[in-house]
Design a protein around this ligand. Structure first.
Ligand SMILES: Cc1cc2nc3c(=O)[nH]c(=O)nc-3n(C[C@H](O)[C@H](O)[C@H](O)COP(=O)(O)O)c2cc1C
Length: 388
């Protein structure tokens, strides 16, 4: 859940700008985010006009913005720019009040001639306040907004609603990227290091409980696969990674400490709709890189006997089985695998080696929910940040 402050720079009440803002806020809240609205015209005029940043109400707004992950800035267009009311507050903010924040600008205006006011007037001010990402904004024509009196609702023209939806989603995607640690990205996907308590991790954790419960029931040692406390995946000993596509978690996995020099891989997972794309293999690759960066020298993992697809993945990725590949998987029980990690910290050093793919013919097992095709598809090449 992100913390988002929304600013209304409209001097009017009722306000079309605030009607639009209310619509955006509803969507943000529906996605579980914490939203605090600041209506600038409700702040003490004296404090605004005299630039009194010490006034408690102004100071509270400054503090709320400082604590926020994201800010939605809305204004009507007045005289071809944002309003003076909005600027009065922006002038009171510390020099880099928006540093590290994601910002969504939205305006309403009477004439399409001033659609660029967002970009030529407001955006430079937001950037000068340190905003890290000022995402694509939207200008809503006043004629596209019908406000019914006494808070009785708002009718938005279809194109306005559609475009507001798009820019809000884009804002949320940037927010999620920023709050998590971007590990690497391709044109389609981002690999994020997240907290296991983050919303982005939830689909993985929930689905694995269902998958393991289905495959193993409630009474086998394999059910322990999901009984590791999620705090084990926190830094500095662990890491939890997800691959996100258009804001949706499509794959992920985690490592935790096994012993002084060994990390243990857990929870490798691919969303059912996104299998056969090599995602599990990419997750494993990124987990290996994370393990190297945390100082681990090898990886250990165990997997259950009813996940032949996971077993194939680990064999394909160069993991050595600590069991007889020809034995009956059910007789083996949990299947252990180990892999020595290359000493280098370079990303390229741990690229999965398709050339070393062992035979996939024998046995079964692996305590992860992955797809068989994931196990043999080499990860696509992708741009990496921080590569040596
Ligand atoms: C003083 C004033 C100046 C305005 N100047 C412009 C302008 O330059 N360009 C424009 O497109 N709309 C202009 N408008 C129209 C408003 O931007 C538009 O009606 C807006 O939706 C009002 O939002 P509100 O209801 O939140 O105040 C102006 C309106 C007022 C009252």
């Amino acid at each position: 859940m992100a913390s988002i402050v929304t600013l209304s720079g409209s001097p009017s009440a009722p306000s079309r700008t605030e009607a639009v803002l209310g619509h955006v806020e509803r969507r943000l809240r529906a996605r579980g985010h914490d939203v605090t609205r600041v209506v600038v015209r409700d702040l003490p005029a004296d404090a605004l006009l005299h630039a009194d940043g010490a006034h408690p109400e102004v100071a509270a707004v400054v503090a709320a913005i400082a604590d926020a992950d994201g800010v939605v800035v809305t204004t009507p267009v007045y005289k071809a720019a944002y309003t003076g009311v909005l600027k009065a507050l922006l002038d009171l903010l510390p020099q880099y009040a928006l540093r590290g924040k994601t910002v969504l600008p939205v305006a309403t205006g009477g004439s399409p001639a001033h659609v660029l006011a967002l970009d030529y007037a407001l955006r430079p001010v937001l950037v000068s306040l340190g905003a890290e990402h000022v995402t694509q904004g939207w200008f809503v024509l006043a004629s596209e907004v019908t406000v019914y009196p006494q808070d009785a609702g708002v009718l938005l023209a279809e194109s306005a609603a559609r475009n507001l939806h798009l820019v809000t989603e884009s804002f949320l995607t940037h927010l999620a990227r920023h709050r998590s640690q971007l590990v690497t990205e391709t044109d389609d996907d981002v690999v994020l290091r997240v907290s296991p308590r983050d919303d982005a991790a939830a689909p993985l954790l929930e689905d694995l409980v269902v998958e393991y419960g289905t495959r193993y029931g409630l009474s086998t040692p394999n059910t322990q696969l999901t009984e590791v406390p999620i705090t084990d995946f926190d830094a500095p000993d662990g890491a939890f990674l997800v691959i996100s596509r258009a804001g949706q978690t499509v794959a992920g996995g985690a490592i935790r400490r096994y012993d002084d020099e060994t990390a243990e891989v857990k929870r490798v997972w691919t969303h059912a709709q996104f299998r056969r794309q090599g995602l599990a293999r990419r997750v494993l690759h990124e987990l290996e890189l994370a393990a190297v960066s945390l100082g681990y020298k090898r990886i250990h993992l165990t997997t259950g006997p009813r996940q032949p697809e996971a077993r194939a993945l680990y064999l394909a990725a160069g993991y050595l089985p600590a069991f007889d590949l020809h034995a009956d998987p059910e007789a083996i029980g949990p299947h252990a695998f180990d892999k020595e990690l290359p000493p280098s910290t370079r990303r390229a050093a741990a690229q999965p080696a398709g050339a070393h793919t062992p035979s996939l013919a024998a046995g079964a097992g692996a305590g992860t929910q992955v797809d068989a095709a994931d196990s043999i598809a080499p990860p696509p090449s992708y741009r990496s940040w921080g590569a040596a």
